[in-house]
Design a protein around this ligand. Structure first.
Ligand SMILES: Cc1ncc(COP(=O)(O)O)c(C=O)c1O
Length: 364
């Protein structure tokens, strides 16, 4: 039984219009009819839990989020199966990460049960917006929390607003990607907010995405903030390396990268594909050397929006200031077989085409 009061709109989108949106949803272009929301105040805790028509916010221009950036968010998906049932993938992991992000940003943490309740109830009400399983489409769900108190002064807000919106989507990166190992910018430092999913991390990353484009790359490959030496993650994805001797290596979690749900899922699926999961620091020099020798035979990036994306190569600047970029094509720049097998396996679990021995999928 949901704790959210349902206040459905009297003017839902007509089915023909939903069908038009679902025919070619793109990413984040269309939004469903409803949103879930909750308000936090110190006296009442989380209250005013409601699912109602998606509509603009009204807030005072001094609201904390607009000045001091207290904002966190999540991203997860609902999948329609061939039998028309609708399922979420590991929503509790997102809920727990959301509460951890709130703690890091000194915000009121939302209890994970309420998070899962909000997401489930919203998807249930807007299930007409969940695309058919063809073409890897799904309903992307965006829970977020903002500081809503009216005040100025650098301190944490005492009031917060939690909201969930949803958008039908196709694949985020339809094609394999090239990565740019930026020598200029860093995403996170030890003791910073790298492990939190907060808007500020993404605002600070956009300039590096521009630099990646200038070097004909699709995404940034972040290196550590202290030495620009250790591989961390991509702009919106974690990164993994497959070696000829059967290791699936990914940077370990030391507070500077996101603890990705997809990353964790691939580490757990690895043994089913003859791979040993290894979480450890890996340097860009090791990556370059072992790609060149063929010991690293596949590179992949992963995230909820992007699923699993083959990395075709990594570009990084030369050792001297005016040296040309060094291009490191991975295994003849073709998507690797293990990458594609793990990608297919994950999607098959998400769409209910394969067994789910881990109990990751949750029916709406
Ligand atoms: C910076 C960053 N790293 C990694 C990920 C992958 O995380 P997940 O698999 O939970 O979507 C994301 C996507 O949310 C991200 O934004």
């Amino acid at each position: 039984m949901s704790q959210f009061e349902l206040d459905p709109t009297a003017t839902s989108t007509p089915p023909e219009e939903i069908a038009r949106a679902l025919a070619d949803p793109g990413f984040g272009r269309y939004f469903t009819d409803h949103m879930a929301s909750a308000t936090y105040t110190p006296d009442a805790g989380w209250h005013r839990l409601v699912i109602e028509q998606t509509k603009p916010f009204e807030m005072h221009p001094s609201a904390g989020v607009l000045h001091y950036g207290q904002e966190i968010f999540e991203g997860l998906k609902a999948y329609r199966r061939a039998d028309d049932s609708v399922w979420l993938f590991r929503p509790r992991k997102n809920a727990v990460r959301f509460a951890a992000s709130a703690e890091r940003l000194s915000m009121a943490p939302l209890p994970p049960d309420l998070f899962v309740d909000a997401v489930t109830s919203l998807v249930d009400l807007d299930r007409a917006w969940v695309p058919a399983p063809a073409k890897e489409q799904s309903l992307y769900i965006r829970p977020f929390e903002i500081a809503s108190e009216t005040f100025l002064g650098v301190r944490e807000s005492h009031e917060y607003k939690f909201t969930v919106i949803a958008s039908p989507v196709g694949p985020y990166y339809p094609d394999p990607v090239w990565l740019w190992a930026t020598p200029t910018f860093t995403r996170a430092a030890s003791g910073g907010t790298g492990a939190a999913k907060c808007g500020g991390n993404y605002a600070a990353s956009l300039i590096a995405a521009g630099e990646a484009k200038q070097h004909a790359c699709d995404q940034v490959l972040w290196l550590d903030g202290a030495e620009h030496r250790w591989v961390e993650e991509c702009g919106t994805m974690n990164i993994l390396f497959i070696t000829r001797d059967g290791e699936l290596i990914t940077p370990d979690l030391r507070g500077t990268i996101l603890d990705g749900v997809t990353r964790d899922s691939l580490l757990k699926l690895a043994p089913h594909h003859g791979l040993r999961p290894v979480e450890r620091q890996i340097g860009i020099h090791e990556v370059a050397t072992r790609i060149a020798s063929g010991e690293i035979c596949e590179v992949l990036a992963c995230g909820t929006a992007a699923v699993v994306v083959p990395v075709l190569g990594i570009r990084r600047p030369g050792a001297t200031l005016d040296a040309h970029d060094i291009t490191l094509p991975v295994a003849d720049a073709t998507p690797g077989p293990k990458t594609m097998a793990m990608r297919g396996h994950l999607l098959d679990i998400q769409y209910g085409r394969a067994d789910d021995p881990f109990g990751w999928t949750v029916r709406v």
